[in-house]
Ligand binder design. Sequence first.
Ligand SMILES: Cc1ncc(COP(=O)(O)O)c(C=O)c1O
Length: 446
Amino acid sequence: MLTPMTVGVDQISAIRADFPALRRLRNGKPPIYFNNSCMSLRPQPVIDAITRYYAEFPTCGGGRAEGTKRLHNWFQDELRSHEVYAREAVCELLGAASADEIVWTRNTTEALNIVAHGLALEPGDEVVGCEREHNSNLVPWLEVERALRRRAGDPGLVVRRTFDLAEDQSFDIEKALAAITPNTKVLALGHASNLDGTLIADAELKRLADRIHEVGGLFVLDAAQSVPHRPVDVQALGIDFLAFSIHKMCGPTGMGALYGRMSLLASLDPWVVGGDTVADTWLDRVEYKRPPGRFEGGLQHYAGIVGTGAAIDYVTKHVGYDTIRAQELALNQRMTERIAPLQDENFWLLGPEDPERRGGVITMTSPHGALINAIEKTGDEEANIMVRKGMFCGNAYLHKRFDGVGSAANNLRASAYFYNTLEECDVFCDVVERVVKNPFDYFDDE
Ligand SMILES: Cc1ncc(COP(=O)(O)O)c(C=O)c1O
């Protein structure tokens, strides 16, 4: 097994001191937070930035950059400078050409909906994804399919096509390339899996971008599980649209962003329209703002936008992607070393066994829901461990793969981030080991 670059214990302790939630105690013990793929914790600088908005300049923003009639005033000027800073931070983070290519959204889900509903696909167009897309990168396209079926009067019209993963459930570039046809208008892929952490490598993304562009299609990347953990450069990789959530990278909840190449954003139909999206209106027509304003309907999550700038600074400048990668790998190596040997026909890990291929994610599954419940409950009651149980919005894939062996819903995921420690992994692994080796001691009576 690979020896990771190690991150000093002192460095992690200093980082942990920034997170007030980690100082809480229940039954004399701190939380062990392993639900980072869902939502990360927030450090004090982000909390301070959010609070500053409400305490110091709690006003509405927007407007002026478009030459519309919002007032010039003290609070708005301050908010405006924070908003510009945050949008430029996202632009720099993603290697976009201009901050105007960044649209604020509530989350990845909303960003993907803006793309799916805005592209004006026609009957006969195809959207390609893999068998394991998150519901947020599946359902919007199924809705587009439904609308096109209605329009074409053809209830059997297929718009979304799916390709399979490799044998070990990791991404298979050849299968993905083979799925792209001259009718493919959109390749919409998850960059990293929230189920098992496996990732599409940069060289593979580039090949996919080249191929989809060759047939005149667009590359949409669901980067919800990658941008919080690794650098992603949209221009170098040839990505046309990218969606991610700030709340998975130390930012305020209900904050996300959509990147779109400007020429594409300019031709994308806005999805949520009304106040703040328009340059002007008349009783019978509307003229929309140029991007990104036309996609940001209504008053925005200004506290979230201010907190976004602070979150990106914290993650990329204060901690840094190298530290994040090294710490996640060390944590996952520890968990894998201890949990992988417990596997049998009643308990196994999802995805490849090599932790280097799974980021900070380790997911265990069992045909016996009681076993998974017992791990979660024991971890919570004994050690304040927070993990995620269920289908992780990967229902379609889990049904396909596990229905019939009775375990589609019986999964438990521990997802680590840079502030987690090896000691926390050990506490979690102790619980897993005890429950898996002695399940009947832990099953509820009822
Ligand atoms: C791969 C992936 N895509 C999309 C999403 C949706 O993110 P959000 O709930 O922030 O919209 C998630 C959330 O876990 C995810 O893991």
